[in-house]
Design a protein around this ligand. Structure first.
Ligand code: DER
Length: 222
């Protein structure tokens, strides 16, 4: 992935949009982590913020940074969500590298404003990154067959420091599905969402309000 400097600049740029009294969706991954650390510093400086985590990892980090936490069903609305991405093209994203995209999509879509944080390596002309698809474990073979029907190549995501497959925070499995260049993200979104056994897929079409792209000396907003 991109440089940590660029990730930090992206995260801190988006965190500047956090204002006193806000409820903030806290994304998952190493770039969103920089935003969470910046929000933690704002809380230390006296800002009144409540965070809604999107994964075990973002909850852990938010607690470590001293951000008061709440849950989606305890707030009337989320003012702002800040989250990372694996790839972006135009206003569409592919997310799910951290296998947290099911809860991320709920929080990111519930927010009044959704800011994406990324380093330049995530930018593309067209989306062509494999699309993570969270599936109910018993359905993995039928979902895989349906993905192939759509022209995709599904690969069960194996864990690195655990024998067997990655298991999500929700107890499900992940198929990483390569489709090559995705000519119509909106159409693929509809197709994936209609497959029985699919819990959530990593295409976030038309959801991002701003994309903060970090560079080694600052950030650009797309
Ligand atoms: O899981 C996700 O969608 C994350 O946002 C993620 O994949 C981006 O992670 P990174 O900021 O560590 O590259």
């Amino acid at each position: 992935g991109g440089s940590d400097e660029a990730k930090r600049n992206a995260g801190e740029s988006a965190a500047e949009a956090v204002k006193d009294g806000m409820v903030v969706g806290l994304g998952t991954g190493s770039t969103a982590a920089h935003a969470i650390r910046a929000i933690g510093r704002a809380v230390d400086a006296g800002m009144d913020i409540r965070g809604v985590p999107t994964s075990f990892q973002s909850r852990q980090l938010a607690r470590k940074e001293g951000i008061p936490l709440t849950d989606l069903d305890s707030v009337s609305e989320i003012d702002l969500a800040i989250d990372g991405t694996d790839q972006f093209a135009g206003g569409s994203l592919i997310k799910g590298g951290g296998a947290a995209h099911a809860r991320e999509k709920v929080v990111d879509s519930a927010a009044k404003r959704f800011l994406v944080v990324a380093d330049p390596s995530k930018e593309a002309e067209r989306l062509d990154h494999p699309v993570p698809v969270e599936v109910l474990p018993p359905a993995r073979t039928t979902v895989a067959a349906d993905i192939r029907e759509l022209g995709g190549e599904p690969t069960l995501r194996e864990a690195e420091r655990k024998d067997g497959p990655v298991v999500t925070d929700n107890g499900n499995l992940v198929l990483d599905c390569s489709f090559g260049e995705i000519h119509s993200p909106r159409e693929l979104t509809r197709s994936l969402a209609s497959i029985p056994g699919v819990v959530e897929h990593g295409l976030f079409v038309g959801m991002a309000d701003e994309i903060h792209v970090g560079t080694d000396d600052g950030a650009e907003i797309r």
